[in-house]
Ligand binder design. Structure first.
Ligand code: SF4
Length: 360
């Protein structure tokens, strides 16, 4: 009886989500220089999401059309990754994930194509091996491109266009010039979409100067170049999207679409975005006297986790409808009638001092 009542209550106030993001592992085979996992490696919690925990989500996947299997880590390292994709596909969902591409062996590609995975995002930090490999340490640009060419070949053999290849280019001051070569590369690997993003969570203070939004003298140059690429991409039927390049201090939005999306971290915690993922702050729990920090506007600030509950002991519907979570989302709802000043004064400090709020 109690279970029946609980199920009925779960149906009331069911959310409609643009996508659900699930962190399936925090392990990684790369050591990108800007990644919190690399910078905080001595205390980083390396965890796999067990399939049993992932299965807790099944009743709630009906609230969304898209499941994105991504957090801080390389999803293909989770041995249950293919089973997770299969579960979502059997429920009729679109499924995507982002990878560094090192584990895209022939067998893995065949399985992903056969599962009809919808989106494969490829992380890039350069269009040459020299630049990419220097930034995305532990990965190999030439190997990555040959894996993507193999994906194209297998797609042609199987007469399918899925998964769609999306390139995710991390813009830094030192690799920005190579972005000009992104279109030939996209055509070579059959990518139809490119997103040029920023280093928005800066955990290594030495990399603060690498963020292009901090290079304000050249904002116009960045903007002009990005717009030119966007126009050229449109002529090739490739979507090119970019964030920034300048900061909008007055903004009260969030690039992460947090009012219509939720992130389930590797331990089942429901969090608004990967930047507030409690795994980033884990080292405090390990008794580390010095909490991990990030850099915002030249200030060093402690990383703070934000969780609204865990799917281990509560349903996602319940968590989504909690007063504190609803109030949090209301702050980012574009339809809100609040004044920007009021919204900013009610935002958690992690959001006020977050580059994603400033539009990059
Ligand atoms: S503003 Fe930043 S910290 Fe706040 S929800 Fe958006 S991405 Fe997360």
């Amino acid at each position: 009886m109690f279970e029946w009542v609980r199920r009925q209550l779960d149906k009331i106030g069911s959310p409609t989500l643009d996508w659900v993001q699930v962190e399936v592992t925090t392990h990684c085979n790369g050591s990108c220089i800007y990644c919190p996992r690399t910078v905080l490696r001595h205390t980083w919690p390396n965890i796999y999401m067990p399939i049993e925990l992932f299965s807790e989500l099944i009743p709630f996947l009906k609230y969304t059309d898209l499941v994105y299997l991504q957090g801080w880590g390389e999803p293909l390292l989770n041995n249950d990754f293919f089973e997770m994709v299969r579960i979502c596909k059997d429920l009729g969902k679109r499924v995507g994930f982002t990878t560094n591409g090192m584990l895209l062996t022939e067998d893995t590609i065949q399985r992903l194509v056969d599962l009809q995975l919808d989106i494969i995002g490829i992380s890039l930090a350069g269009t040459t091996a020299r630049t990419h490999n220097q930034i995305r340490k532990g990965t190999d640009f030439n190997k990555l491109i040959s894996h993507l060419e193999r994906l194209c070949k297998i797609q042609a053999e199987k007469k399918t266009e899925v998964p769609a290849v999306h390139l995710a280019y991390l813009m830094l001051k030192s690799n920005f010039h190579e972005l000009k070569e992104i279109l030939p590369l996209a055509k070579r690997v059959g990518a139809k979409q490119i997103v040029a993003s920023n280093q928005t969570l800066i955990v290594d203070p030495r990399l603060s100067g690498e963020a292009i939004f901090n290079d304000t003298i050249r904002t116009d140059y960045y903007r002009k170049t990005l717009e030119e690429i966007k126009h050229r991409a449109a002529r090739e039927n490739i979507i090119f999207d970019y964030h920034g390049p300048g900061l909008d201090d007055a903004s009260v939005g969030c690039r992460e679409n947090v009012h219509r999306v939720c992130v389930i971290n590797v331990e089942g915690e429901v969090v608004p975005c990967v930047f507030t993922n409690p795994v980033l702050c884990e080292s405090r729990e390990l008794g580390n006297a010095k909490p991990p920090c990030y850099i915002f506007n030249e200030q060093s600030l402690p990383l703070r986790g934000m969780s609204f509950g865990s799917i281990r002991n509560e349903s996602l519907t319940r968590i989504w409808n909690k007063k504190e979570y609803a109030e949090f989302r209301e702050l980012f709802d574009p339809e809100t009638r609040r004044k920007p000043g009021q919204t900013r004064s009610e935002m958690p400090q992690s959001c006020v001092k977050c580059y994603k709020r400033l539009g990059v």
